[in-house]
Each structure stands twice: as C-alpha cells, then as structure tokens.
Design a protein around this ligand. Structure first.
Ligand code: PLP
Length: 419
C-alpha cells in the first residue's frame, strides 16, 4: 500500500475530473463505437485546424522562431512577445488599462486555477482559514479537488427560472450568497461549464461590487468566453478591473493539446502567480504561445472566434436542442437555456434514480455522458436537483448526437416507466 502524505491523499482521490478524463480515453478504447457525449474536448473545425497548421508551419519555417519553440525556457510570466500582443489586443478591443505586467501564462488554465485558488484560500497566518466561494453552482467540476487543504469551497444554490418551451435558467441567488471574513475569493465560469449559462452583466456587476466591498479578488473563468474563443450565443459584456482575475485558455479554440492558460490581473497578483508557477513548472511550454502569436497578428484570433468558432457552435447547439426536444418531448425533461460553451445541461425532474445510476446505464448502452452530481463543488446541502441532471456535449457530428439523444430518451423513458 502506498504510504502517502495528506497532500498526496488529497490529490490521489477518485476525483470527478479524474474519472471523467479516464472515461475519455478508456471508454473509447474499450468500445470504439461508444457515442461520446462526455468530456470537454472541443469540436474539430477544419478552418481552425488550417489556421493552427499555418501558424505552426510559419514557426518552423523561421529558424529563430523554431529555436524559440523547442530550445528555450521562457521567463516566469511567459513569452514576453505574446504578453505584449495580448495586452495590446485587450486594451485596444476593450479599453482595459492593461500592459505586459498584468498578464501571466500557465500550462493550461486548469493549473492556473490550482495556483490561484491556493493563493487565496486555505490557511492564513493567525489560524484563519479561508475558502473559495462559488456564487452559483452547478459549476465546473475541475475546481472540486484543487484545494490542498480540506473544506476548500463554499457554494450557493442558484434560483431557477422556468422559461417557455421547456427551458430553464439558473440565476445567482443573492439572498443566499454569504461573503464573510472566511471568503478568500469569488469564482465563476462565464459561460459556465456544465450548464451553458452566461451570468448576466447585471449579476456580474453585483458580484464584482460585493467582491470589492469585501476586499477579495473576483476570479472569472473565461475558458469559453470573450475575447476568444467567444463561444457565446447571447450578448455579454467582457469584464475586467484591478480586482478581477480573468483566466483565459487556448483550449476551447481547438488547442487543448497546447496546454496554454492566460491569467489577467493586477501586477501584484501576476507577480505572486508567476513565482508560484515557476516553482511548480519552471516555465510554461512554448507550443501554445507560438501558435497564439501568429493567431494574434492583426486581430486574427478575434475574427476567427467571431466568424468561425461562435457560429459553428451556435449551429451545433441549435441542432442538438432540436434533436433532444424531439427525442425527449414526452418526458419531464428541461434544458438549461444554452447561452454559451459547448454543452447541453438536461434536467430530468423527479428522476426516480440518481444521475450517476443513469450515467452507468447509458454507458452500458454505449453512450457516454457526465453525471450532473459532479458539478456542485462546495455545496453541502442535500439538494435532490443535483442528482437529476446530466451534461452532454454536442461537439460530435449531428448524426452521432441524434443517435445518442435517441438512446438517452429511450433509457430515461424506461427509468420513469418502471419507477
Ligand atoms: N475552466 C473551464 C470552465 C473548463 O471547462 C475547463 C476545461 O474543460 C478549464 C477551465 C480547463 O481548461 P484548460 O486547462 O485546458 O485551459
């Protein structure tokens, strides 16, 4: 038996994110015909793949760039040329007062969250213990096990607005949101994984004001958001100020293999972050930054995001909604209003079995989804709703989504019928 430290034990649990990433490889290996509606892989968009290929070619064709790609360590904040290009893009596009000092790179945004969360939550001098507050759950399951101490999150249940045509939407329930001396930072993903919710401008402004009032940072996870990859189907104002830590990623643009995250924050936070990141990783990889540098030229990344990525996912989303509506129409199933990201969040009201059991039954029938119960990090109260939802990705081609939807509908119908 491995004799592990507390830290080791904390990190080596069967975390939801580990199961999910396991499923991603293992289920497909065991059953190559599995209909894959789990995981967070972005879709393949041929024109984007072409743009990445071109960027790589130009990098390799230039001797100095090729050397930088393979033969150099970057300084703690990351590739300075890329930092400048991002700063210019953000200040030009949004008028944010941002320079290179406000930005640091990381090996994927997941590892950036590990550093950021542990910078602001956990044990403080004087015996004080602080937590990351998630103002709206369901929230990204990848956060769940990032804390190196126990009891790391607090979270708030949302209010649920029922909408016409079988849709619903979560809202931040400000009447329940408690920010205390024990709150280390607030964090929201916008658009939200798993629900496709986009926290409204108004909600965001309120959260920002609350964070500033309590003197805690407000972390906004823009993995799917503005300015890139911009997988948004509603209008949403980009948000940043000196109390905000905006975290971006190249992954959902189509580059999860590049492992590149981007942190935008006050220079003092960036310096702290860069030091921690250097201790952990020594330096960030060069592959993502090399591709990004080309994509950033002449604002190309914005054009690609707006003209290719966003419309691509919007079309897929609309097809997926139509497919699920026609398959599930007779069932007490509601779909979270898809406002962004790459998933549909399905709520089976009063589901007679848990979503985890449903996930297992669907897997046995060759459809891989993600059980919704993973997406409530920090929520301690017993809430039936968390066992009534599943997340499905619509990144596969529409025929595959339709086959998956038909099997899901069939299985769920059976579940309600035999209850
Ligand atoms: N944040 C959200 C909301 C995500 O969905 C993901 C990945 O699925 C991440 C962060 C981490 O992405 P990466 O580490 O690839 O940047």
């Amino acid at each position: 038996v491995l004799n592990l430290s507390c830290f080791g034990q904390k990190l080596c649990t069967d975390a939801g994110i580990v199961t999910l990433m396991d499923d991603l490889g293992e289920a497909l290996r065991v059953n190559p015909d599995m209909i894959f509606m789990g995981g967070g892989n972005p879709a393949r968009i041929p024109a984007m793949e072409q743009a990445f290929e071109q960027a790589l070619r130009s990098t390799l064709d230039n001797a100095r760039d090729a050397h930088e790609l393979l033969g150099l360590y970057q300084p703690p904040q990351g590739d300075a040329q890329l930092l400048d290009a991002i700063a210019e893009l953000l200040s030009h596009e949004y008028g944010w007062p941002i320079s290179r000092d406000n930005i640091a790179l990381s090996n994927g945004s997941q590892s950036a969250f590990f550093v950021l969360f542990n910078l602001f939550a956990g044990d403080y001098p004087g015996g004080i213990k602080k937590k990351i507050q998630l103002p709206l759950t369901p929230e990204y399951l990848g956060y769940s096990d990032l804390g190196i101490s126990c009891d790391f999150f607090t979270a708030t249940r949302p209010s649920i607005e029922m909408l016409p045509d079988g849709f619903f939407k979560y809202h931040v329930d400000f009447s329940q949101l408690r920010i205390t001396d024990e709150t280390g930072a607030l964090c929201v993903s916008r658009p939200t994984n798993p629900t496709g919710n986009v926290i409204s401008d108004d909600e965001l402004a309120k959260l920002d004001a609350l964070a500033r009032e309590h003197n805690v940072p407000f972390i906004v996870d823009g993995a799917y958001g503005t300015p890139f990859p911009n997988i948004l189907f509603v209008d949403a104002q980009p948000h940043w100020n000196r109390n905000t830590i905006l975290v971006l990623s190249l992954s959902k643009l189509g580059l999860p293999g590049a492992r590149t995250g981007i942190v935008i924050a006050d220079p003092a936070i960036i310096q702290a972050f860069a030091k921690a990141n250097t201790i952990l990783s020594l330096a960030t990889g060069n592959f993502g930054p090399a591709v990004a540098r080309h994509l950033l030229q002449d604002g190309n990344i914005l054009r690609l995001s707006r003209d290719l990525v966003a419309p691509f996912y919007r079309e897929r989303m609309e097809m997926a909604v139509a497919t699920f509506k026609s398959s599930l129409g007779d069932l007490p199933c509601f779909i979270h209003k898809p406002e962004g990201a790459i998933f549909l969040w399905l709520w089976f009201k009063d589901l007679p079995i848990t979503s985890e059991a449903l996930y297992q039954r669907l897997k046995a029938r060759g459809v891989l989804v993600v059980s919704g119960h993973h997406f409530f990090p920090g929520l301690t109260d017993d809430w039936q709703h968390r066992h009534e939802c599943i997340r499905v990705t619509y990144c596969q081609d529409p025929e595959t989504v339709a086959r998956g939807a038909a099997i899901i509908a069939d299985e769920v119908r059976e579940v309600y019928r035999t209850a």
